[in-house]
Design a protein around this ligand. Structure first.
Ligand SMILES: NC(=O)c1ccc[n+]([C@@H]2O[C@H](COP(=O)([O-])OP(=O)(O)OC[C@H]3O[C@@H](n4cnc5c(N)ncnc54)[C@H](O)[C@@H]3O)[C@@H](O)[C@H]2O)c1
Length: 458
Protein backbone atom coordinates (compact mmCIF):
# COMPACT_ATOMS: atom_id res chain seq x y z
CA UNK A 1 0.00 0.00 0.00
CA UNK A 2 1.25 3.51 -0.80
CA UNK A 3 2.02 5.97 2.00
CA UNK A 4 -1.09 7.63 3.26
CA UNK A 5 -1.84 11.16 2.16
CA UNK A 6 -5.30 11.38 3.59
CA UNK A 7 -6.77 11.70 7.05
CA UNK A 8 -10.36 11.42 8.10
CA UNK A 9 -10.27 14.93 9.58
CA UNK A 10 -9.08 16.49 6.33
CA UNK A 11 -11.40 14.26 4.31
CA UNK A 12 -14.43 15.59 6.12
CA UNK A 13 -13.22 19.14 6.74
CA UNK A 14 -15.38 20.60 3.99
CA UNK A 15 -18.13 18.01 4.11
CA UNK A 16 -21.47 18.22 5.84
CA UNK A 17 -21.31 14.57 6.92
CA UNK A 18 -23.86 14.13 9.65
CA UNK A 19 -22.88 12.09 12.67
CA UNK A 20 -26.47 11.44 13.73
CA UNK A 21 -26.63 8.00 12.18
CA UNK A 22 -23.30 6.93 13.55
CA UNK A 23 -24.10 8.31 16.97
CA UNK A 24 -27.13 6.06 17.03
CA UNK A 25 -25.06 3.13 15.87
CA UNK A 26 -22.45 3.34 18.55
CA UNK A 27 -24.56 4.54 21.44
CA UNK A 28 -26.10 1.09 21.71
CA UNK A 29 -24.51 -1.18 24.27
CA UNK A 30 -22.88 1.61 26.29
CA UNK A 31 -23.62 0.14 29.64
CA UNK A 32 -21.93 -1.80 32.41
CA UNK A 33 -19.28 -0.92 34.94
CA UNK A 34 -16.71 1.64 33.87
CA UNK A 35 -13.16 0.52 33.40
CA UNK A 36 -11.33 0.93 36.74
CA UNK A 37 -8.14 2.94 37.06
CA UNK A 38 -5.21 0.58 36.83
CA UNK A 39 -3.77 0.44 40.34
CA UNK A 40 -0.10 -0.26 40.10
CA UNK A 41 1.00 -1.54 36.75
CA UNK A 42 0.59 -5.14 37.84
CA UNK A 43 -2.39 -7.49 37.88
CA UNK A 44 -4.89 -7.06 40.71
CA UNK A 45 -6.78 -9.89 42.39
CA UNK A 46 -10.04 -8.85 40.70
CA UNK A 47 -11.56 -11.19 38.15
CA UNK A 48 -14.83 -9.36 37.49
CA UNK A 49 -16.09 -9.68 33.96
CA UNK A 50 -15.00 -7.37 31.14
CA UNK A 51 -18.36 -7.88 29.38
CA UNK A 52 -19.80 -4.46 28.46
CA UNK A 53 -17.07 -2.56 30.31
CA UNK A 54 -16.77 0.83 28.60
CA UNK A 55 -13.48 2.54 27.87
CA UNK A 56 -12.96 5.66 29.93
CA UNK A 57 -13.61 8.36 27.37
CA UNK A 58 -10.46 9.87 25.86
CA UNK A 59 -8.68 10.41 22.60
CA UNK A 60 -6.10 7.65 22.77
CA UNK A 61 -2.36 7.76 22.21
CA UNK A 62 -1.02 4.64 20.58
CA UNK A 63 2.07 2.47 20.38
CA UNK A 64 2.59 -0.20 17.71
CA UNK A 65 4.55 -3.45 18.00
CA UNK A 66 5.38 -5.04 14.65
CA UNK A 67 5.32 -2.91 11.52
CA UNK A 68 5.77 -5.47 8.77
CA UNK A 69 3.10 -5.84 6.10
CA UNK A 70 0.09 -5.79 8.39
CA UNK A 71 1.37 -3.39 11.04
CA UNK A 72 2.19 -0.81 8.35
CA UNK A 73 -1.28 -1.19 6.86
CA UNK A 74 -2.88 -0.76 10.29
CA UNK A 75 -0.70 2.28 10.95
CA UNK A 76 -1.94 3.93 7.76
CA UNK A 77 -5.55 3.26 8.69
CA UNK A 78 -5.02 4.52 12.24
CA UNK A 79 -3.35 7.69 10.99
CA UNK A 80 -6.35 8.20 8.72
CA UNK A 81 -8.54 7.92 11.83
CA UNK A 82 -6.56 10.87 13.28
CA UNK A 83 -4.92 9.16 16.25
CA UNK A 84 -1.58 10.09 17.78
CA UNK A 85 1.18 7.50 17.37
CA UNK A 86 3.82 7.95 20.07
CA UNK A 87 5.93 4.82 19.87
CA UNK A 88 6.84 2.08 17.41
CA UNK A 89 8.67 -1.20 17.95
CA UNK A 90 10.05 -3.71 15.46
CA UNK A 91 13.07 -5.96 15.61
CA UNK A 92 14.00 -4.71 12.15
CA UNK A 93 15.15 -1.12 12.58
CA UNK A 94 14.47 -0.16 8.95
CA UNK A 95 10.83 -1.21 9.28
CA UNK A 96 10.40 0.90 12.42
CA UNK A 97 12.07 3.84 10.68
CA UNK A 98 9.83 3.47 7.62
CA UNK A 99 6.77 3.46 9.88
CA UNK A 100 8.06 6.51 11.75
CA UNK A 101 8.37 8.27 8.40
CA UNK A 102 4.69 7.65 7.73
CA UNK A 103 3.78 9.14 11.11
CA UNK A 104 5.82 12.28 10.40
CA UNK A 105 4.39 12.53 6.90
CA UNK A 106 0.95 12.61 8.50
CA UNK A 107 2.05 15.74 10.38
CA UNK A 108 2.81 14.18 13.75
CA UNK A 109 5.96 14.31 15.88
CA UNK A 110 8.48 11.54 15.27
CA UNK A 111 7.50 8.55 17.45
CA UNK A 112 10.00 6.93 19.84
CA UNK A 113 11.51 3.80 18.31
CA UNK A 114 12.23 0.48 20.05
CA UNK A 115 14.33 -1.80 17.89
CA UNK A 116 16.85 -3.34 20.24
CA UNK A 117 15.99 -7.03 20.15
CA UNK A 118 13.01 -9.32 20.58
CA UNK A 119 12.09 -7.92 24.01
CA UNK A 120 12.31 -4.21 23.20
CA UNK A 121 8.48 -4.23 23.17
CA UNK A 122 8.63 -4.43 26.99
CA UNK A 123 10.14 -0.92 27.08
CA UNK A 124 7.40 0.37 24.79
CA UNK A 125 4.75 -1.26 26.99
CA UNK A 126 6.14 0.41 30.12
CA UNK A 127 5.84 3.97 28.77
CA UNK A 128 3.38 6.07 30.74
CA UNK A 129 1.83 7.99 27.83
CA UNK A 130 0.08 5.23 25.87
CA UNK A 131 -3.59 4.19 26.10
CA UNK A 132 -3.62 1.45 23.46
CA UNK A 133 -0.96 -0.84 22.06
CA UNK A 134 -1.47 -2.46 18.66
CA UNK A 135 0.28 -5.80 18.11
CA UNK A 136 0.94 -7.06 14.55
CA UNK A 137 3.75 -9.58 14.97
CA UNK A 138 3.98 -13.33 14.19
CA UNK A 139 1.35 -15.47 15.95
CA UNK A 140 3.72 -16.90 18.55
CA UNK A 141 4.25 -13.43 20.05
CA UNK A 142 0.63 -12.26 20.26
CA UNK A 143 -0.31 -13.42 23.76
CA UNK A 144 3.05 -12.50 25.35
CA UNK A 145 2.85 -8.98 23.92
CA UNK A 146 -0.84 -8.53 24.76
CA UNK A 147 -0.13 -9.55 28.36
CA UNK A 148 2.81 -7.11 28.55
CA UNK A 149 0.53 -4.31 27.34
CA UNK A 150 -2.29 -5.06 29.79
CA UNK A 151 -0.08 -5.62 32.83
CA UNK A 152 1.47 -2.24 32.07
CA UNK A 153 -1.97 -0.64 32.18
CA UNK A 154 -2.67 -0.36 28.44
CA UNK A 155 -5.53 -1.67 26.38
CA UNK A 156 -4.31 -3.90 23.60
CA UNK A 157 -5.52 -4.56 20.05
CA UNK A 158 -3.89 -7.71 18.78
CA UNK A 159 -3.82 -9.24 15.32
CA UNK A 160 -5.42 -12.56 14.47
CA UNK A 161 -5.38 -15.13 15.96
CA UNK A 162 -4.94 -13.62 19.42
CA UNK A 163 -3.78 -16.94 20.88
CA UNK A 164 -2.56 -20.31 19.62
CA UNK A 165 -3.33 -22.58 22.61
CA UNK A 166 -6.30 -22.87 24.95
CA UNK A 167 -3.98 -21.91 27.82
CA UNK A 168 -3.07 -18.71 25.97
CA UNK A 169 -6.79 -17.98 25.45
CA UNK A 170 -7.30 -18.22 29.21
CA UNK A 171 -4.21 -16.13 29.89
CA UNK A 172 -5.72 -13.31 27.83
CA UNK A 173 -9.08 -13.59 29.61
CA UNK A 174 -7.52 -13.75 33.09
CA UNK A 175 -5.17 -10.86 32.38
CA UNK A 176 -7.87 -8.64 30.90
CA UNK A 177 -10.15 -9.25 33.89
CA UNK A 178 -7.41 -8.72 36.46
CA UNK A 179 -5.90 -5.61 34.91
CA UNK A 180 -9.31 -4.15 33.82
CA UNK A 181 -7.83 -3.55 30.41
CA UNK A 182 -9.44 -4.61 27.16
CA UNK A 183 -7.90 -7.12 24.79
CA UNK A 184 -9.45 -6.63 21.36
CA UNK A 185 -8.63 -8.98 18.51
CA UNK A 186 -8.38 -7.03 15.25
CA UNK A 187 -10.81 -9.21 13.27
CA UNK A 188 -11.32 -6.88 10.33
CA UNK A 189 -13.65 -9.27 8.46
CA UNK A 190 -16.28 -8.62 11.13
CA UNK A 191 -16.49 -5.12 9.60
CA UNK A 192 -16.76 -6.19 5.95
CA UNK A 193 -19.49 -4.56 3.87
CA UNK A 194 -21.39 -7.77 3.17
CA UNK A 195 -20.85 -9.07 6.70
CA UNK A 196 -22.32 -5.98 8.35
CA UNK A 197 -25.16 -5.77 5.81
CA UNK A 198 -26.15 -9.38 6.46
CA UNK A 199 -25.81 -8.82 10.22
CA UNK A 200 -28.34 -6.01 9.98
CA UNK A 201 -30.70 -8.16 7.93
CA UNK A 202 -30.49 -10.92 10.54
CA UNK A 203 -31.24 -8.40 13.28
CA UNK A 204 -34.29 -7.29 11.30
CA UNK A 205 -35.58 -10.87 11.17
CA UNK A 206 -35.14 -11.44 7.41
CA UNK A 207 -33.44 -14.80 8.04
CA UNK A 208 -35.98 -16.12 10.58
CA UNK A 209 -34.49 -18.53 13.11
CA UNK A 210 -30.83 -19.20 12.31
CA UNK A 211 -29.76 -22.79 11.74
CA UNK A 212 -26.26 -23.07 10.29
CA UNK A 213 -23.40 -21.14 8.74
CA UNK A 214 -19.97 -21.54 7.19
CA UNK A 215 -16.73 -19.63 7.41
CA UNK A 216 -13.33 -20.26 5.98
CA UNK A 217 -9.90 -19.07 5.09
CA UNK A 218 -9.16 -20.44 1.66
CA UNK A 219 -6.35 -18.34 0.29
CA UNK A 220 -3.50 -19.52 -1.90
CA UNK A 221 -0.49 -18.29 0.10
CA UNK A 222 2.08 -20.65 -1.40
CA UNK A 223 4.30 -17.95 -2.85
CA UNK A 224 4.16 -15.91 0.36
CA UNK A 225 4.82 -18.96 2.53
CA UNK A 226 7.99 -19.75 0.60
CA UNK A 227 9.17 -16.15 0.44
CA UNK A 228 12.41 -15.12 2.13
CA UNK A 229 10.72 -12.02 3.52
CA UNK A 230 7.56 -11.11 5.46
CA UNK A 231 5.35 -14.03 6.47
CA UNK A 232 7.68 -16.49 4.73
CA UNK A 233 10.05 -15.97 7.67
CA UNK A 234 7.66 -17.51 10.21
CA UNK A 235 4.32 -18.71 8.87
CA UNK A 236 5.56 -21.76 6.93
CA UNK A 237 7.19 -23.02 10.15
CA UNK A 238 3.75 -23.48 11.69
CA UNK A 239 3.04 -26.01 8.92
CA UNK A 240 5.90 -28.12 10.32
CA UNK A 241 4.37 -28.09 13.81
CA UNK A 242 0.57 -28.20 13.89
CA UNK A 243 -2.20 -30.04 12.04
CA UNK A 244 -5.54 -28.27 12.33
CA UNK A 245 -7.46 -25.13 11.43
CA UNK A 246 -4.51 -22.75 11.79
CA UNK A 247 -6.21 -19.44 10.99
CA UNK A 248 -9.86 -19.66 12.02
CA UNK A 249 -10.91 -16.13 12.89
CA UNK A 250 -11.50 -14.44 9.51
CA UNK A 251 -14.16 -16.98 8.59
CA UNK A 252 -15.53 -17.57 12.06
CA UNK A 253 -15.78 -14.02 13.43
CA UNK A 254 -18.57 -12.81 11.12
CA UNK A 255 -20.56 -16.05 11.55
CA UNK A 256 -20.14 -15.77 15.33
CA UNK A 257 -21.60 -12.27 15.10
CA UNK A 258 -24.55 -13.48 13.01
CA UNK A 259 -25.24 -16.12 15.68
CA UNK A 260 -24.79 -13.75 18.66
CA UNK A 261 -21.99 -15.89 20.07
CA UNK A 262 -21.10 -14.77 23.63
CA UNK A 263 -24.32 -12.73 23.50
CA UNK A 264 -27.08 -15.29 24.06
CA UNK A 265 -25.33 -18.36 22.65
CA UNK A 266 -21.78 -19.74 22.74
CA UNK A 267 -19.61 -22.34 21.04
CA UNK A 268 -20.14 -25.73 22.69
CA UNK A 269 -17.87 -28.26 20.97
CA UNK A 270 -15.93 -28.96 17.81
CA UNK A 271 -15.01 -31.96 15.67
CA UNK A 272 -12.35 -31.72 13.01
CA UNK A 273 -10.69 -33.55 10.10
CA UNK A 274 -7.71 -32.70 7.91
CA UNK A 275 -6.85 -34.01 4.46
CA UNK A 276 -3.35 -35.27 3.65
CA UNK A 277 -0.70 -32.63 2.98
CA UNK A 278 0.67 -32.18 -0.53
CA UNK A 279 0.45 -28.47 -1.35
CA UNK A 280 3.70 -27.21 0.16
CA UNK A 281 5.64 -30.29 -0.95
CA UNK A 282 4.48 -29.90 -4.55
CA UNK A 283 5.22 -26.17 -4.58
CA UNK A 284 8.70 -26.78 -3.13
CA UNK A 285 9.37 -29.46 -5.75
CA UNK A 286 8.51 -27.05 -8.55
CA UNK A 287 9.93 -23.76 -7.24
CA UNK A 288 12.64 -24.23 -4.63
CA UNK A 289 16.26 -25.00 -5.40
CA UNK A 290 17.37 -28.35 -3.94
CA UNK A 291 20.20 -26.65 -2.01
CA UNK A 292 17.74 -24.47 -0.09
CA UNK A 293 17.42 -25.31 3.67
CA UNK A 294 13.64 -25.37 3.16
CA UNK A 295 14.18 -28.88 1.77
CA UNK A 296 15.00 -30.03 5.33
CA UNK A 297 11.48 -29.19 6.50
CA UNK A 298 8.70 -31.78 7.00
CA UNK A 299 5.17 -30.45 6.77
CA UNK A 300 2.43 -31.85 8.99
CA UNK A 301 -0.59 -29.56 8.44
CA UNK A 302 -3.28 -31.26 6.36
CA UNK A 303 -3.95 -29.06 3.32
CA UNK A 304 -7.68 -28.64 3.91
CA UNK A 305 -8.98 -28.69 7.45
CA UNK A 306 -12.73 -29.01 7.92
CA UNK A 307 -14.09 -28.43 11.40
CA UNK A 308 -17.68 -28.50 12.59
CA UNK A 309 -18.72 -26.39 15.57
CA UNK A 310 -21.92 -26.91 17.55
CA UNK A 311 -23.31 -24.06 19.61
CA UNK A 312 -25.08 -24.54 22.93
CA UNK A 313 -28.37 -23.64 21.21
CA UNK A 314 -27.74 -26.32 18.57
CA UNK A 315 -26.64 -24.22 15.58
CA UNK A 316 -23.81 -25.62 13.44
CA UNK A 317 -20.83 -23.99 11.75
CA UNK A 318 -18.65 -25.44 9.02
CA UNK A 319 -15.15 -23.94 9.34
CA UNK A 320 -12.52 -24.53 6.64
CA UNK A 321 -8.84 -23.70 6.15
CA UNK A 322 -6.55 -24.16 3.16
CA UNK A 323 -3.67 -21.85 2.25
CA UNK A 324 -1.52 -24.20 0.19
CA UNK A 325 -3.48 -25.17 -2.92
CA UNK A 326 -4.79 -23.39 -6.02
CA UNK A 327 -8.24 -22.00 -5.23
CA UNK A 328 -9.98 -18.65 -5.66
CA UNK A 329 -9.97 -16.59 -2.48
CA UNK A 330 -12.94 -17.61 -0.32
CA UNK A 331 -14.09 -17.04 3.25
CA UNK A 332 -17.39 -18.88 2.55
CA UNK A 333 -19.35 -16.44 4.73
CA UNK A 334 -22.61 -18.36 4.68
CA UNK A 335 -25.58 -18.08 7.01
CA UNK A 336 -28.91 -19.87 6.77
CA UNK A 337 -32.16 -19.65 8.67
CA UNK A 338 -35.79 -20.67 8.35
CA UNK A 339 -36.56 -17.75 6.02
CA UNK A 340 -33.40 -16.99 4.03
CA UNK A 341 -29.88 -18.06 3.16
CA UNK A 342 -26.86 -15.91 2.24
CA UNK A 343 -23.64 -17.14 0.72
CA UNK A 344 -20.59 -15.11 -0.31
CA UNK A 345 -17.88 -15.29 -3.02
CA UNK A 346 -19.80 -14.01 -4.89
CA UNK A 347 -22.50 -12.61 -2.58
CA UNK A 348 -25.95 -14.07 -3.20
CA UNK A 349 -29.17 -14.45 -1.34
CA UNK A 350 -32.31 -16.52 -1.39
CA UNK A 351 -35.31 -15.33 0.59
CA UNK A 352 -38.39 -17.47 1.10
CA UNK A 353 -41.14 -16.49 -1.33
CA UNK A 354 -38.91 -14.46 -3.63
CA UNK A 355 -39.98 -14.10 -7.25
CA UNK A 356 -38.71 -16.53 -9.88
CA UNK A 357 -37.32 -20.01 -9.61
CA UNK A 358 -35.27 -21.58 -6.81
CA UNK A 359 -32.26 -19.46 -7.75
CA UNK A 360 -29.87 -17.13 -6.01
CA UNK A 361 -30.68 -13.41 -6.18
CA UNK A 362 -28.54 -10.30 -5.80
CA UNK A 363 -28.14 -8.57 -2.43
CA UNK A 364 -28.30 -5.16 -4.12
CA UNK A 365 -31.92 -4.37 -3.39
CA UNK A 366 -31.27 -4.74 0.35
CA UNK A 367 -28.35 -2.32 0.44
CA UNK A 368 -30.28 0.90 0.83
CA UNK A 369 -32.27 -0.32 3.80
CA UNK A 370 -29.70 -2.50 5.54
CA UNK A 371 -26.28 -1.00 4.83
CA UNK A 372 -24.58 -0.71 8.20
CA UNK A 373 -24.44 2.82 9.64
CA UNK A 374 -20.65 2.59 9.86
CA UNK A 375 -20.47 2.00 6.11
CA UNK A 376 -23.11 4.66 5.38
CA UNK A 377 -21.09 7.17 7.34
CA UNK A 378 -17.50 6.14 6.71
CA UNK A 379 -17.73 4.01 3.54
CA UNK A 380 -16.46 6.68 1.17
CA UNK A 381 -13.21 7.33 3.00
CA UNK A 382 -12.85 3.63 3.86
CA UNK A 383 -12.95 2.66 0.19
CA UNK A 384 -10.54 5.45 -0.70
CA UNK A 385 -7.97 4.39 1.88
CA UNK A 386 -8.44 0.74 0.96
CA UNK A 387 -7.20 -2.17 3.05
CA UNK A 388 -9.33 -5.23 2.23
CA UNK A 389 -11.99 -3.18 0.47
CA UNK A 390 -12.21 -0.60 3.26
CA UNK A 391 -13.03 -2.86 6.20
CA UNK A 392 -9.62 -2.22 7.79
CA UNK A 393 -10.40 1.48 8.09
CA UNK A 394 -13.93 0.83 9.37
CA UNK A 395 -12.48 -1.45 12.07
CA UNK A 396 -9.75 1.00 13.12
CA UNK A 397 -12.10 3.97 13.04
CA UNK A 398 -14.73 2.17 15.10
CA UNK A 399 -12.23 1.04 17.76
CA UNK A 400 -10.91 4.58 18.17
CA UNK A 401 -14.47 5.98 18.24
CA UNK A 402 -15.39 3.55 21.03
CA UNK A 403 -12.39 4.84 23.01
CA UNK A 404 -13.18 8.49 22.30
CA UNK A 405 -16.82 8.14 23.27
CA UNK A 406 -16.31 5.90 26.29
CA UNK A 407 -18.15 2.88 24.86
CA UNK A 408 -17.33 -0.80 25.34
CA UNK A 409 -15.35 -2.23 22.41
CA UNK A 410 -17.43 -4.14 19.86
CA UNK A 411 -15.25 -7.22 20.25
CA UNK A 412 -13.77 -8.06 23.63
CA UNK A 413 -11.37 -10.57 25.15
CA UNK A 414 -14.10 -13.25 25.22
CA UNK A 415 -14.52 -12.97 21.45
CA UNK A 416 -10.73 -13.01 21.00
CA UNK A 417 -10.47 -16.24 23.04
CA UNK A 418 -13.53 -17.99 21.55
CA UNK A 419 -12.66 -17.19 17.93
CA UNK A 420 -9.00 -18.21 18.39
CA UNK A 421 -9.74 -21.45 20.26
CA UNK A 422 -10.74 -23.55 17.18
CA UNK A 423 -7.07 -23.66 16.14
CA UNK A 424 -5.88 -25.69 19.16
CA UNK A 425 -9.19 -27.55 19.57
CA UNK A 426 -9.09 -28.70 15.94
CA UNK A 427 -5.49 -29.91 16.44
CA UNK A 428 -6.67 -32.04 19.36
CA UNK A 429 -9.64 -33.38 17.44
CA UNK A 430 -7.63 -34.20 14.31
CA UNK A 431 -5.09 -36.06 16.46
CA UNK A 432 -7.88 -38.08 18.10
CA UNK A 433 -9.81 -39.37 15.05
CA UNK A 434 -12.11 -36.34 15.07
CA UNK A 435 -13.16 -36.73 18.70
CA UNK A 436 -15.29 -33.84 19.99
CA UNK A 437 -13.49 -31.18 22.01
CA UNK A 438 -15.39 -28.75 24.23
CA UNK A 439 -14.93 -25.01 24.11
CA UNK A 440 -14.32 -23.52 27.54
CA UNK A 441 -16.92 -20.93 28.53
CA UNK A 442 -14.48 -18.02 28.49
CA UNK A 443 -17.29 -15.63 29.53
CA UNK A 444 -17.77 -17.59 32.81
CA UNK A 445 -21.53 -17.69 32.21
CA UNK A 446 -21.99 -14.11 31.03
CA UNK A 447 -22.91 -15.21 27.50
CA UNK A 448 -26.35 -15.82 29.01
CA UNK A 449 -26.96 -12.35 30.40
CA UNK A 450 -25.55 -10.33 27.49
CA UNK A 451 -27.86 -9.87 24.52
CA UNK A 452 -27.53 -8.22 21.14
CA UNK A 453 -24.45 -8.59 19.00
CA UNK A 454 -21.12 -6.96 18.32
CA UNK A 455 -20.40 -4.31 15.67
CA UNK A 456 -22.59 -1.45 16.84
CA UNK A 457 -26.32 -1.70 16.41
CA UNK A 458 -28.34 -0.72 13.38
N1 LIG B 1 -6.26 -9.07 9.66
C1 LIG B 1 -5.68 -9.23 8.47
O1 LIG B 1 -6.29 -9.05 7.43
C2 LIG B 1 -4.24 -9.64 8.44
C3 LIG B 1 -3.53 -9.55 7.24
C4 LIG B 1 -2.18 -9.91 7.27
C5 LIG B 1 -1.60 -10.35 8.44
N2 LIG B 1 -2.33 -10.44 9.58
C6 LIG B 1 -1.72 -10.85 10.84
O2 LIG B 1 -0.84 -9.81 11.27
C7 LIG B 1 0.28 -10.37 11.92
C8 LIG B 1 1.56 -9.89 11.24
O3 LIG B 1 1.54 -10.36 9.92
P1 LIG B 1 2.40 -9.65 8.77
O4 LIG B 1 1.83 -10.09 7.49
O5 LIG B 1 2.54 -8.21 9.03
O6 LIG B 1 3.81 -10.35 8.99
P2 LIG B 1 5.24 -9.70 8.75
O7 LIG B 1 6.22 -10.79 8.91
O8 LIG B 1 5.22 -8.90 7.50
O9 LIG B 1 5.40 -8.66 9.96
C9 LIG B 1 5.68 -9.04 11.27
C10 LIG B 1 6.57 -7.97 11.86
O10 LIG B 1 6.80 -8.27 13.24
C11 LIG B 1 8.17 -8.00 13.50
N3 LIG B 1 8.57 -8.75 14.69
C12 LIG B 1 8.76 -10.09 14.83
N4 LIG B 1 9.09 -10.39 16.09
C13 LIG B 1 9.11 -9.22 16.79
C14 LIG B 1 9.38 -8.87 18.14
N5 LIG B 1 9.70 -9.78 19.06
N6 LIG B 1 9.31 -7.56 18.49
C15 LIG B 1 9.00 -6.62 17.57
N7 LIG B 1 8.72 -6.89 16.28
C16 LIG B 1 8.77 -8.18 15.91
C17 LIG B 1 8.90 -8.41 12.25
O11 LIG B 1 10.18 -7.83 12.13
C18 LIG B 1 7.93 -7.90 11.17
O12 LIG B 1 8.20 -6.58 10.78
C19 LIG B 1 0.08 -11.87 11.87
O13 LIG B 1 -0.53 -12.27 13.06
C20 LIG B 1 -0.86 -12.09 10.73
O14 LIG B 1 -1.63 -13.26 10.86
C21 LIG B 1 -3.63 -10.08 9.58
Amino acid sequence: MKPLDISRRSFFQSSLASSALLGKAIAAGAQGTPEQPHPSGSATASSATMVNVPFSSRTPSLGLIGVGGRGTNLLQNLLAADVTIKAICDVVKEKAQHAAGLVEKAGQKAPALYTDGEHAFEQLASRDDLDLIVVATPWSWHTTMAVAAMTNGKHVAVEVPAATTVDECWTLVDTSEKTRRHCIMLENCAYGYNETLVLNMIRAGIFGDLLYGSGGYIHDLREELFSNAGEGLWRRTVHTQRNGNLYPTHGLGPVANYMSINRGDRFDYLVSMSTPHHGLEKYREEHINKSDPKWKESYVTGDMNMSLIKTVKGLTINLQHDTVNPHPYDRLNQIAGTKAVFQDYPPRLYVDGQEGKEEWASIDKYKEQFEHPLWKEEGEIARKIGGHGGMDFIMCYRLIECMRRGLPPDMDVYDAASWSAPAPLSQNSVAQRSAPYEFPDFTRGHWQDRQGSAIGKA
